[in-house]
Ligand binder design. Structure first.
Ligand code: NI
Length: 182
């Protein structure tokens, strides 16, 4: 993170920045720039103790997501994945479960705010990985929740959008009092 600050290339955007509300477009080509962006995202995520980050959160309106699959597996007491990070390009939802699950959630773009959110317990997606391979992924538990949360970011949606109007008011009041990121 020290290096990122020196280079001053990456900003973590926070609510109510309008960039978080904009739609994203597909990645056409996997370039070295994109791979470096994933590395920067991993660094930011680690620095702020996040488990997932999507393009719009760093001001990049592209369909890219990074997920700390290893930390998630540890938390869910699942077998560790072969790679620490899932680098997800152009994801598409194949299906979501009817069964829902409620758990406390937070977001690096909505600092200090945590609320219980109900989401489908499982999700199945297809995407392109950083090597250009087509991948199908079936996720459950915290991994499913994290993927669903990050997919929302690609549509300009934040987890606080699921809250009641009263709770939303409380959130914006609280966010006005703090200043983290941009
Ligand atoms: Ni988020």
């Amino acid at each position: 993170m020290e290096d990122l600050k020196k280079k001053n290339t990456i900003t973590l955007y926070t609510e109510p920045d309008p960039i978080l509300r904009q739609p994203t477009t597909k990645v056409d080509k996997i370039t070295n720039d994109l791979l470096e962006t994933f590395d920067d995202m991993a660094e930011i995520m680690e620095h702020f103790d996040g488990i997932g980050l999507a393009g719009p959160q760093i001001g990049l309106l592209k369909k890219i997501i990074i997920i700390d699959a290893e930390t998630i597996a540890r938390e869910d007491k699942c077998p560790l994945p072969s790679k620490r990070y899932l680098k997800i390009i152009n994801p598409e939802i194949i299906s979501v479960s009817k069964e829902l699950c409620t758990k406390e959630e937070g977001c690096l773009s909505v600092p200090t705010i945590y609320y219980e959110i109900e989401r489908p317990k499982q999700i199945s997606i297809s995407y392109t990985d950083e090597m250009g391979n087509s991948v199908k992924l079936e996720a459950d538990g915290l991994l499913a929740r994290c993927i669903e949360h990050e997919l929302d970011h690609l549509d300009g949606k934040l987890f606080i959008d699921y809250l009641s109007p009263l709770k939303k008011k409380l959130v914006s009041k609280k966010l006005k009092k703090i200043k983290i990121g941009k």
